[in-house]
Design a protein around this ligand. Structure first.
Ligand code: CTP
Length: 401
């Protein structure tokens, strides 16, 4: 699937650099050629010799390597690839990229390149969460830089959280997604997924049984057709797919803000099971049994994120798709919901407990469009996702972009 593609792999200075041995091997197995570039710090973690042996190519390390300049200038090197991949993308490299610094070979190549760039960040969780890194990430994604990971888990530094570099196969999938020549290439699509958690106090929350499986499958299918996918997800059971830009949120209001920040998009798919209500004033401290009587939980209505986007004027995505989870009169309720929310399509499903759909691996949906209702046979959620992605591709192809 990567046959004939050339990847310029910039290896940053982090412990995750060791995963690049496997990454190079897997890229070459799939037919890609890899030109490696090591930063000075990267050479503390992996050697040019081992990387060169695996890539079967010369490793570039120095901006002022005159032999290399004679053979191939750094400008040419930066443009000779189909894709530039930065792995691990350290906090320092991301900061340099976001600010256009060019004080070594890696950063100079990144500033000079006119090919797409994908980064696989890896850093300590505090560094990842730092406002400076958040700002740099927002700048980079705004510049069109694509993201693989990071994942959540235990880290080499002993802490736990987001910041672990994506696994080599996840990066390979992300690379394949960016290079895919599918019908959705060049299209930016927003997908919401998972439940939301609405806090009652610091330890309790209101939630629902959504696993996030259908939303993740849709994001994966769209990415597989070449779309650039922004995946805004609540706390789901299933991990987000590789190759999409992941924005993690907890509450409906955070999801709304993330959705607004992710626009403009060519299409927006609202697969999240957003909590309709939140506790009007969540307590800052844990509610105690002993404070007398039962706590009164006054509720406030959450913003309807789908309706907000479907009814926005300028900047509305060309195709807005909602979901309807119903337990009876599925078509009638979903048809009314489509009109009420102002979206183009509704994918309705029967989530009554007997169907086993909520939290299960299968789905039976009815697609409601302006033309009417179309029942799809019961199938796996990834098959529903692929069928929907094909329909979205066909619909967008019919629109002038
Ligand atoms: N949705 C949303 N924001 C909300 C509630 C729902 O974006 N605050 C979106 C969901 O992602 C889904 C669609 O709206 O695409 C339908 O959600 P659903 O909960 O089924 O519909 P409701 O409007 O809550 O209607 P009801 O609860 O009356 O069935």
């Amino acid at each position: 699937m990567l046959a004939g593609k050339r990847i310029l792999l910039i290896i940053g200075g982090g412990i995750a650099a060791f995963k690049c041995h496997d990454l190079i091997r897997r890229l070459r197995e799939r037919g890609a050629a890899v030109t490696p570039v090591l930063t000075r710090a990267a050479q503390e973690f992996v050697t040019p010799l081992s990387i060169s042996a695996l890539a079967g190519e010369k490793v570039f390390t120095d901006l002022f390597d005159l032999t290399a300049e004679a053979e191939m200038g750094h400008i040419e090197l930066s443009r000779s690839a189909d894709l530039v991949v930065v792995a691990p993308a350290t906090a320092d490299l991301m900061a340099k990229m976001a600010n256009g610094l060019a004080d070594d070979l890696a950063s100079t190549l990144l500033l000079a390149t006119d090919t797409p760039v994908l980064i696989a960040p890896a850093m300590n969780v505090r560094m990842w969460d730092h406002p400076a890194t958040r700002r740099n990430l927002a700048t980079l994604t705004g510049d069109g830089v694509r993201l693989a990971g990071p994942n959540e888990g235990p880290m080499a530094c002993g802490e736990f959280g987001p910041g672990r570099m994506a696994e080599p196969m996840e990066i390979v999938e992300a690379i394949a997604g960016v290079l895919a020549d599918g019908p959705l290439k060049g299209r930016r699509i927003l997908v919401t997924s998972g439940p939301t958690h609405e806090p009652i106090d610091p330890v309790r929350y209101i939630a629902n049984r959504s696993s996030g499986a259908q939303g993740a499958a849709i994001a994966s299918a769209l990415s597989g057709l070449g779309a650039e996918v922004v995946f805004v997800t609540g706390p789901a059971d299933v991990p987000p797919p590789a190759g999409v830009e992941v924005v993690r949120v907890e509450t409906a209001r955070q999801m709304q803000a993330a959705v607004e920040a992710a626009l403009p998009a060519d299409a927006a798919i609202f697969a999240a099971a957003v909590a309709d209500w939140r506790v009007a004033s969540a307590s800052d401290s844990k509610l105690k049994k002993t404070t007398g009587g039962l706590p009164e939980l006054a509720l406030a209505e959450n913003p309807d994120i789908l309706a907000g986007v479907a009814r926005m004027g300028a900047g509305r995505p060309g195709l807005v798709v909602g979901f309807a989870a119903e337990t009876d009169d599925v078509v009638a309720h979903a048809t009314a919901k489509r009109a009420r929310k102002g979206c183009d399509w509704i994918l309705a499903n029967d989530v009554s407990p007997a169907t086993g759909i909520m939290g299960g691996s299968e789905n039976a949906v009815v697609l409601i469009t302006g033309e009417g209702a179309e029942s799809w046979p019961r199938m796996r959620k990834d098959q529903v996702a692929r069928a929907l992605a094909d329909r979205i591709a066909a619909a967008l192809a019919g629109q002038t972009s």
